[in-house]
Design a protein around this ligand. Structure first.
Ligand SMILES: Nc1ncnc2c1ncn2[C@@H]1O[C@H](COP(=O)(O)OP(=O)(O)OP(=O)(O)O)[C@@H](O)[C@H]1O
Ligand SMILES: [Mg+2]
Length: 240
């Protein structure tokens, strides 16, 4: 899998970090020197020394048992903002515009030193980054194949199909969808979750690469590994 993956989502809090960290674990377990990247993190924390702590990046690093030096860490999450809101708004509030050139330069710096990048989006694919740019423009700039993370319950179909259209309209290669449920299924919606995977694959002309059901709180990584087993192999086959 040369270059890496861009993990997009149908919205915020749909399981992108969980899936990105899980795929990072699986890639590294297969001997690939993969590193996580969260180019734009809102809701970040500022440390006393002025450096930023990007929660999604920290989770991915810790899930993969990875430690990195300060220079590398700065490239893994180049644009961090404290307000927990859309990137365009956080950038405006803090007066620091998001620069796609700088993100692309960081991605290149990382790619020269590591085997693969697992890049996580912020929010959904049409989230604004400011100055006319959308998340999907950043994805087009990095030109990595995309995995779309979507819930499987009621409402998922529309969001997933819209996201697939937007990704393809930018010429992005969509490797498939990972269905991830951040809440338990009820007896009433189990049949919907079952069918939505099939409908997304058929109508969206894509593959469901994996399903990650609700795994409780806190989520145990070995169970994520099990549900994502086979996903990296399917991705590698799709990348050939
Ligand atoms: N399959 C699952 N089972 C149980 N909890 C889950 C599952 N997937 C995700 N979660 C939980 O749901 C919450 C949202 O997931 P996550 O942080 O991965 O979403 P996200 O799409 O990365 O959000 P953001 O847009 O903020 O980056 C987290 O608390 C996470 O631990
Ligand atoms: Mg996240």
């Amino acid at each position: 899998m040369s270059g890496g993956l861009f993990i997009a989502g149908t919205g915020t809090s749909v399981g992108k970090t969980l899936v990105a960290a899980g795929l990072l674990r699986r890639l590294r377990a297969r001997g690939v020197d993969a590193v996580p990247m969260k180019p734009v993190q809102t809701g970040a924390l500022r440390r006393a020394d002025g450096s930023w702590l990007a929660p999604d990046l920290e989770l991915a690093l810790s899930a993969a048992g990875l430690t990195v030096d300060a220079e590398t860490r700065a490239h893994l999450s180049p644009f961090c903002y404290a307000p927990a809101c859309s990137p365009h708004l956080a950038a405006r509030i803090e007066g620091r515009p998001i620069e796609l050139d700088r993100i692309a330069a960081s991605a290149q710096w990382l790619a020269q030193r590591h085997g693969a990048l697992v890049v996580e989006a912020a929010g959904g694919v049409l989230v604004p980054l400011g100055e006319g740019a959308l998340m999907v423009d950043l994805m087009a700039r990095l030109a990595l194949p995309v995995v779309l993370v979507s819930p499987s319950g009621l409402g998922a179909l529309n969001h997933a199909l819209l996201s697939l259209e937007a990704l393809r309209a930018r010429g992005l290669a969509v490797l498939g969808v990972v269905l991830c449920d951040t809440a338990p299924a009820s007896a009433e919606d189990r049949y919907i979750r079952e069918d939505n995977g099939r409908a997304i694959a058929e109508i969206g002309r894509t593959r469901v690469l994996a399903r990650v059901p609700y795994l409780g709180d806190p989520v145990a990584w070995p169970s994520v590994d099990r549900w994502l087993s086979g996903c990296v192999e399917a991705l590698e086959a799709g990348c050939r």
